[in-house]
Design a protein around this ligand. Sequence first.
Ligand SMILES: [Zn+2]
Length: 94
Amino acid sequence: MSDFPLPILFIMAVFFTMWLVLRKYHKLEQRKRDLPDLNAFLYANKLTEPRCTACNAVDLKDEGLTHGKDERRIVSCAQCNTLLYRITPPAPEA
Ligand SMILES: [Zn+2]
């Protein structure tokens, strides 16, 4: 048996797992921020009303970008979870 201390191996495994999770989370966030807005989405897909580009469903759901009450909404398909477009609220008039 090697005398490599087991607790250190365990801590390294925990950190590696956390790094993997964070990296995956960050990639998903980046994909959400890169989504087109509604007009660009409709234009790019030659649609007159928003619908899923993957499965054609009109049943969509939206969620906040960073939290539930975030005014920047991310719209995805309620059927297959494909990310579709984002809704950015107009800048508040000062
Ligand atoms: Zn779909």
